[in-house]
Design a protein around this ligand. Structure first.
Ligand SMILES: NS(=O)(=O)c1ccc(C(=O)NCc2cccc(O)c2)cc1
Ligand SMILES: [Zn+2]
Length: 262
């Protein structure tokens, strides 16, 4: 529409329903994961990530987040296993974060927010011809989510946080080659899984969510670097810092969250 969706007072998550009716749908994301209500499913397979032959292309600021995009023309970078019936191809990863460490994640655990959240976005290329087609199919996407927690500096993430100065403004892009995102994953791949949606408009209900229990630890300085980005373009007068780009938890509406671990 004339005014684009965002995270501000006038166009934020509580306004999205006006342009995107799915906002009040039955399988919206994110959710609060109430660990005592999750169901351990012993037949859930481990998550299998094969990112070694990945071809990262660029890092960009799309006005909502910072994103690293991958070449997704073949199955060289896929996620398998878990509840997934097919391999899902990595398309991009991006982050959500807060203005301070007490908020920033999209999913919460027993009401606890983390300072941020990483989303690795994959699509079902076995069944659909393009990301765009998969993005509106009920089994079209799989997003691997990792909470960000402050602690020691993260050496693999450091290459990304050191590149953020190149994409401070909306619609800026820079080359970002040979970045293997498996270096961002914790050792333990225990996860919760449930059927949900994109957490930004168009809010398509096409995502199988895989939320890792273990966070990615990064330093406070690295967190601060995310907060140096802007939602706005360089030419815009008002420079609004990119932070609090998260949607709050949505109603579970009877869904079950399964756990891969006891
Ligand atoms: N935050 S999230 O991981 O749920 C998320 C992942 C991907 C997207 C996304 O790709 N949006 C653009 C889009 C949506 C539908 C069809 C398209 O071709 C592109 C949005 C949110
Ligand atoms: Zn996201």
């Amino acid at each position: 529409g004339h005014h684009c969706w965002g995270y501000g007072e006038e166009n934020g998550p509580s306004d999205w329903y006006k342009d995107y009716s799915l906002a009040n749908g039955d399988r919206q994301s994110p959710i609060d994961i109430q660990s005592e209500q999750t169901v351990y499913n012993s037949s859930l397979k481990p998550i299998w990530v094969s990112y070694d032959a990945c071809t990262s292309l660029s890092i960009c600021n799309n006005g909502h987040s910072v994103m690293v995009e991958y070449e997704d023309c073949d199955d060289k970078t896929v996620i398998r296993g878990g509840p997934l019936e097919f391999p899902y191809r990595l398309k991009q990863f991006h982050f959500h974060w807060g203005g301070k460490d007490s908020r920033g994640s999209e999913h919460t655990v027993n009401g606890k927010s983390y300072p941020g959240e990483l989303h690795l976005v994959h699509w079902n290329a076995a069944k659909y011809k393009s990301f765009d087609e998969a993005a509106s199919a009920p089994d079209g996407l799989a997003v691997l989510g990792v909470f960000l927690e402050t602690g020691e500096k993260h050496s693999v993430l450091h290459r990304l946080t050191d590149a953020l100065y190149m994409v401070r403004f909306k619609e800026t892009k820079a080359q970002f080659k040979d970045f293997n995102p498996s270096g961002l994953l914790p050792d333990c791949l225990d996860y919760w899984t449930y059927r949900g949606s994109l957490t930004t408009p168009p809010l398509h209900e096409s995502v199988t969510w895989l939320m890792l229990k273990e966070p990615l630890y990064l330093s406070e300085k690295q967190m601060e670097k995310f907060r140096t980005l802007f939602f706005s373009g360089e030419e815009e007068g008002l420079r609004t810092r990119m932070m609090d780009n998260f949607r709050p938890p949505q109603p579970l509406k009877g869904r079950t969250v399964e756990a891969s671990f006891r």
